[in-house]
Design a protein around this ligand. Structure first.
Ligand code: BES
Ligand code: ZN
Length: 961
C-alpha cells in the first residue's frame, strides 16, 4: 500500500474527460491542472491510498484513487425508508438545469459519525445539508467529501449517530438534464411544424439514479419514494405512481408542482419520471390496472397495437405468478432517444420507439413481434425484478433471465401464431451459444463492482443463456412445479431482494413435494453446474456398433476455438431421447452426472434400425453429437421424409452440425454438416431455414472474397430456389406470421446471392416506391430491408440520398432502422464515412441511440468493417465524451470485428486492447472480440480446403443425396 501517492496523470485526465461538465468534476479538473491551493490536505485511509483535496468552490473534498482493489459497495450503516424527492428541470435550449431537493428518512444500523451515499455529476449546496431527528438537535455537518471513482459522497458529522436512531437527511442541489441517455436526461423530437421539442426523462438502471438525486444507489437498499415534479403548465408529468394533487409553484407563475402518491418499497434503479407534451393513449380493454401508452403527438396511431395487447399480457402474468400486480396503473411511454430497448420502471415502463410503436403497413412482422416481446419482457419484470429484486448486480441473470424466459410465454398468450416456442431456439439458444462458446465467456453469476463492469453484465449470458437454462429447468421440473415454486419464492421475498440460492431452495422444496426425479441431487447441485460455470457441454451419443440397442453417452465442454490445455468442465445434464416423434410417450429421460465418466444405457433404444435424437425440442442447453451410423440414419430420414423429425429438432440438427464442424467436434467435419443441410431443398418450414440462414450468413461473411465464398453463394442460392419460387415477392393477406418470415428469408437469400430475377424485381420495386414513398401499398414492409439494400448495393449516391431523405422524413422509427441498414449496403467509401461521422455527431440525422446500428451494419460490409475500426480509433476520445464513457466504444469494436478473419486484423485488435486497457473499467468485451477473431482466423486455416472441396464436388448439384 503506497503512501502519499502521486496520481498518474492519465487518471486525472481520464477522470476530467469522463466527468467533464460535472460541476464537482470541473472544480477537480481545475484543481489538478493548477498548482495545489493552500490548505489542501493529504490523508491515507486503511484500505487504499486516497488523496483528499479541498476544492476552492465549496467545502467538499474530492478524492481520486488509483485503480486496483476498490470497494464500490456502500457501507450498511443506514437503511433508507422514504425518499422525498422534489425536482424541477428547466427544459430549455441553453439551460438544461435541474433544481433538486431530497429528504431521506432512514434508520441507523450501526454507530457512526458519517453518512455515505451516492451522487454523480451534481453540485450539492453544502449549507443546505441537514440531519434531523429525535435527539439530534445540534448535530452539525462537519465537512463532506466526494470520491470521484466510487461516486461516494460522505457527510462527516460533528457527533455520533447511534444504532436504532431514526433520522432525516436533507439537502438541495443542482444537477444537469444531460444528453447521454442516462440519469435524468433530455430527449427531443420535431413537431409537425418542424420545431424541435424537448422532453425530460429518466434511465436509472443500473447506476444512474445518483445523477438525479443523492441516494443509496444499490438494488438492496429498498425504500418508498414520494416524488414531486415541477413542470411548465403546458406540459404533463408522469412517474411510477399516480399524481395525488397539483399545486401552483410558489414563485414561478408558469410552473406547477405535481405531487405523487407514495410508492411501494422499491430499488432506486426503478424510479422513473417523464415531463413532456406527449399524448396519453389509454388501453381500451383495461382490467383492474389502468393501462396507457404515451407517445409524441403524431404517433398516436402507432400505439394501438401496444394498447391492445398490454392488459392481456399483464393479466397473464398475474395468473402465472398467482400474485396481483400491486400498483393502480401501468403507464408505458415511447421515448424518442433511449439507450436500451426498454426499461421496466415500476408503473412507468419506458421504451425506445421501435420497441413499442407499430404502424401497420410500414412496420414489419418482425417489428410487430419485437413490440410484443419487449412489452411481455418488461411486464414480467414487474414481478421478477421489481417485486423481488436481485440482491446485487452479480445476480443480474435472475432479473433478466426470468424476463427473457417469460417474455415468450407472455407473447404466446396474445399471439399464438407467432409460435414463440420455436422462436426461442434461434433468438435465444442458438444466438447465445455463439458467445458462450468462447473461453472468454463468463458464468451467469459474475462478480461486478464498478459501473462499467455492471453495465457489461447486460449481455446475452444474463438474458438468453439464463433464459435457456430456466427453460431447461421447466422441462425437468415440470411447468406446474416450477410455477408453484416461483410463486412461493416471490411471496416469501416480496418487496425484498433474493439470491439464486433462495430460489433453488423454494424450487427444491416444491420438487420434493411432487417427487420430481432429480437423480438424488438438489436443485442447487444441478443449477450450480449451469450458473457457476461458463460455456455448455456437447453431449455425445454413441451406439454400440455390435449391439445397436446400447448407447454410451458422454459430455465434453464446447469451445468454438479449441486449444491445448483447456480445462474440462462437467454439468448435470438432463437428457431426453426420442426415436419416434409421432408418439411422445416414447420420450425417455435420464440424468448424466457431472463427470468425465460416460453413461451406458441399454433401455433407451426401442427400434435398433432407426435413428435416435437426443434433446427433444432443445429444452436442454447443450449441443449433441452422434456416432457415424446414427448421423447416417438421421441424414437418410431428413432426405426421405424430414417431417418425421420435429421442426425444432431439425433446426437443432442444422445448428449443431454446422457448429460442431466449425469447432472440430464432428468426425466428418464440414462434409457431414454440408451433406446434412442439403436436405433443406425440401424444407418449407420457417425455423430450420432461419437457423440455416443465420449459419450460412456467418459462413458467407467469413469466406467473402474467396473462391469458396462464390461457390457457397451458388450452393445456398440453389438450396433456396424452391422456396423463392414458392414465395416470390407476393404477399397475401391470408399469410400467417411465419409465412411472412419465411418469404423474407427466401427473398433475402435470393437477392443476397445475386439471383438475377430477384435483383431485377427489387430494383423495380424500389423505383416504384421511391417515386411515391408515402404510398405504403407500393412496398411490403417485410421485404423493404432486402429491396432497399439491393437497390443501394446496385446504386450510388442517388439511392443513398433518397434513403437519407426518407430517413429524415418518416414518422415511423421502425422504418428508420430499416433505411439505415439499407444505407450500409453501399460500397462507396465516402458514403460509409459519412455514416460513421453521423454516428458520433450531435444533431446529425442519426440519433445517439442508433449509433450502434452503424457499427453492427458495418460488420457485414467488406469496406465498412475496416473503415469503422480505424474510425473508432481516430475518434476515441470524442466517442467517449459523446456516449458518456469508453464502454460503448468497446462494444462498437466487438460489433464491427465479428467477421474479421485476417491475422493482421487480429494483431490490430490486440494492439488496441493493450493501448486502451488503462482507460477501461473492464476489458472483457475486447477479450471476447479478440477471441472471436482468433477463432475466425483459425477457422479459415482449418476448414477452407474441406469446404472448398465439398462445394466443388457438389456445385451445380447440391440436391444430390
Ligand atoms: N432492464 C432492462 C433495461 C436495461 C438494459 C437497463 C441495459 C440497463 C442496461 C430491460 O428490462 C431490458 O432487458 N430491455 C431489453 C429488451 C428486452 C426485450 C430484451 C433491451 O433493452 O434490449
Ligand atoms: Zn429486462
Amino acid at each position: 500500500m503506497g503512501k502519499g501517492v502521486t496520481l498518474p496523470k492519465w487518471l486525472v485526465i481520464a477522470a476530467c474527460i469522463i466527468f467533464v461538465g460535472g460541476m464537482v468534476a470541473v472544480g477537480l479538473c481545475v484543481y489538478y491542472l493548477a498548482p495545489p491551493p493552500p490548505g489542501s490536505e493529504v490523508t491515507t485511509d486503511t484500505t487504499s491510498t486516497v488523496t483528499e483535496t479541498t476544492t476552492q468552490t465549496d467545502m467538499t473534498t474530492t478524492t481520486l484513487r488509483p485503480p486496483g482493489d476498490i470497494n464500490y459497495r456502500l457501507p450498511r450503516h443506514f437503511s433508507p425508508i422514504l425518499y422525498t424527492v422534489r425536482l424541477l428541470p428547466i427544459i430549455e435550449e441553453g439551460n438544461f438545469t435541474i433544481f433538486g431537493d431530497v429528504t431521506i428518512d432512514m434508520v441507523c444500523n450501526e454507530n457512526t459519525n458519517h453518512i455515505v451515499l451516492h451522487i454523480n455529476d451534481m453540485d450539492v449546496h453544502q449549507e443546505t445539508i441537514k440531519v434531523s431527528g429525535e435527539g439530534l438537535e445540534g448535530m452539525m455537518v462537519h465537512h463532506t467529501s466526494f470520491d470521484q471513482i466510487t461516486q461516494f459522497f460522505t457527510i462527516h458529522l460533528s457527533g455520533e449517530l447511534k444504532a436504532g436512531m431514526q433520522l432525516s437527511l436533507s439537502m438541495s442541489y443542482l444537477a444537469k438534464l444531460n444528453d447521454i441517455l442516462g440519469g435524468f436526461y433530455r430527449s427531443s423530437y420535431f413537431d409537425v411544424n418542424g420545431n424541435r421539442r424537448y422532453i425530460a426523462t429518466t434511465q436509472f438502471q443500473p447506476t444512474d439514479a445518483r445523477r438525479a438525486f443523492p441516494c443509496f444507489d444499490e438494488p438492496n437498499f429498498k425504500a418508498r419514494f414520494a416524488i414531486t415534479l415541477g413542470r411548465k403548465k403546458d406540459m404533463t408529468s408522469i412517474s411510477n405512481m399516480p399524481i395525488n394533487r397539483t399545486v401552483p409553484h410558489e414563485n414561478m407563475p408558469d410552473y406547477e408542482w405535481d405531487i405523487y402518491e407514495e410508492s411501494v418499497p422499491m430499488s432506486t434503479y426503478l424510479v422513473a419520471f417523464v415531463i413532456s407534451d406527449f399524448v396519453k393513449n389509454p388501453a381500451p380493454n383495461a382490467g383492474e390496472t389502468e393501462v396507457a401508452v404515451w407517445s409524441r403527438p403524431g404517433a398516436e396511431e402507432q400505439t394501438r397495437y401496444a394498447t391492445n395487447i398490454t392488459s392481456t399480457v399483464l393479466e397473464y402474468f398475474e395468473e402465472f405468478f398467482q400474485i396481483p400486480y400491486p400498483l393502480p396503473k401501468q403507464d408505458m411511454i415511447a421515448i424518442p432517444d433511449f439507450g436500451a430497448g426498454a426499461m421496466e420502471n415500476w408503473g412507468l415502463i419506458t421504451y425506445r420507439e421501435t420497441a413499442v410503436l407499430y404502424q401497420p403497413g410500414v412496420s414489419s412482422a418482425q417489428n410487430k413481434q419485437r413490440v410484443a416481446v419487449v412489452i411481455a419482457h418488461e411486464l414480467a419484470h414487474q414481478w421478477f425484478g421489481n417485486l423481488v429484486t436481485t440482491d446485487w448486480w452479480d445476480l443480474l441473470w435472475l432479473n433478466e433471465g426470468f424476463a427473457t424466459y417469460l417474455e415468450f410465454k407472455g407473447v404466446d398468450r396474445v399471439e399464438p401464431e407467432m409460435k414463440m416456442e420455436q422462436q426461442y431456439l434461434n433468438d435465444a439458444i442458438h444466438y447465445v451459444m455463439q458467445l458462450d462458446g468462447l473461453n472468454s465467456s463468463h458464468p451467469m453469476i459474475m462478480p461486478a463492482n464498478n459501473p462499467d463492469e455492471i453495465n457489461e453484465l447486460f449481455d446475452p449470458i444474463a438474458y438468453e443463456k439464463s433464459g435457456s437454462v430456466l427453460r431447461m429447468m421447466e422441462d425437468f421440473l415440470g411447468l406446474e412445479v416450477l410455477k408453484e415454486g416461483l410463486t412461493n419464492y416471490l411471496n416469501n421475498r416480496t418487496y425484498d431482494t433474493a439470491t439464486a440460492d433462495v430460489l433453488w431452495e423454494f424450487l427444491g422444496d416444491t420438487a420434493t413435494k411432487y417427487s420430481v426425479d432429480l437423480n438424488g441431487l438438489t436443485v442447487k447441485d444441478i443449477l450450480d453446474t449451469w450458473s457457476l460455470q461458463k460455456n455448455f457441454p456437447v453431449v455425445k451419443v454413441e451406439r454400440n456398433p455390435e449391439n445397436y440397442t446400447e448407447i454410451t453417452v458422454s459430455q465434453k465442454r464446447f469451445i468454438s476455438a479449441q486449444f491445448e490445455g483447456a480445462e474440462e468442465y462437467y454439468w448435470h445434464v438432463p437428457l431426453t431421447f426420442i426415436q419416434d416423434f409421432s408418439n411422445n410417450s416414447s420420450l425417455k429421460r435420464r440424468w448424466l452426472s457431472n463427470s468425465s465418466e460416460p453413461a451406458v444405457y441399454t433401455d433407451i433404444i426401442d427400434e435398433p434400425n432407426s435413428w435416435i435424437i437426443c434433446n427433444h425440442k432443445v429444452f436442454g442447453y447443450y449441443r449433441v453429437d452422434y456416432d457415424e451410423i446414427n448421423w447416417d440414419l438421421i441424414q437418410v430420414q431428413l432426405q426421405t421424409n424430414h417431417t418425421k423429425i420435429d421442426v425444432m429438432n431439425r433446426a437443432q440438427i442444422v445448428d449443431d452440425a454446422l457448429n460442431l464442424a466449425s469447432a472440430d467436434y464432428l468426425n466428418q467435419t464440414y462434409k457431414r454438416a454440408m451433406d446434412l443441410t442439403s436436405y433443406l431443398k425440401n424444407e418449407f418450414d420457417w425455423l430450420p431455414w432461419e437457423t440455416a440462414d443465420n449459419n450460412f450468413d456467418r459462413l458467407r461473411n467469413l469466406l467473402s472474397g474467396t473462391e469458396a465464398g462464390a461457390l457457397l453463394n451458388d450452393h445456398i442460392r440453389s438450396l433456396a430456389l424452391h422456396l423463392y419460387e414458392l414465395y416470390d415477392f407476393n404477399e397475401d393477406p391470408m399469410d400467417k406470421h411465419l409465412d411472412l418470415f419465411l418469404r423474407t428469408i427466401a427473398v433475402r437469400i435470393a437477392c443476397g446471392t445475386n439471383f438475377a430475377p430477384c435483383v431485377e424485381k427489387a430494383k423495380e420495386n424500389f423505383i416504384n416506391w421511391s417515386a411515391d414513398p408515402d404510398n405504403a401499398e407500393l412496398i411490403s414492409p417485410n421485404l423493404k430491408p432486402t429491396i432497399t439494400c439491393t437497390a443501394m448495393r446496385e446504386g450510388d449516391v442517388k439511392e443513398f440520398d433518397f434513403l437519407v431523405r426518407r430517413y429524415n422524413s418518416t414518422n415511423v422509427a421502425a422504418e428508420k432502422d430499416q433505411l439505415l441498414s439499407a444505407m450500409m449496403c453501399t460500397d462507396d467509401i465516402i458514403l460509409l464515412r459519412r455514416l460513421l461521422e453521423w454516428s458520433i455527431t450531435d444533431g446529425s440525422p442519426i440519433r445517439k441511440q442508433d449509433a450502434v446500428f452503424v457499427y453492427r451494419g458495418m460488420a457485414t460490409n467488406q469496406i465498412g468493417k475496416t473503415l469503422a475500426l480505424g474510425f473508432i480509433q481516430d475518434n476515441w476520445e470524442q466517442i467517449a465524451s459523446y456516449t458518456g464513457g469508453y464502454l460503448t466504444a468497446t462494444e462498437w469494436i466487438q460489433s464491427v470485428s465479428r467477421y474479421y478473419n485476417k491475422q493482421s486484423e487480429l494483431d490490430e485488435l490486440i494492439r488496441l486492447k493493450e493501448e486502451k486497457a488503462p482507460q477501461l473499467g473492464t476489458v472483457r468485451t475486447l477479450d471476447q472480440a479478440i477471441e472471436q477473431v482468433t477463432a475466425n482466423v483459425q477457422w479459415l486455416e482449418k476448414h477452407y480446403q474441406t469446404i472448398h472441396n465439398w462445394l466443388r464436388n457438389n456445385s451445380g448439384n447440391p440436391v444430390k443425396n
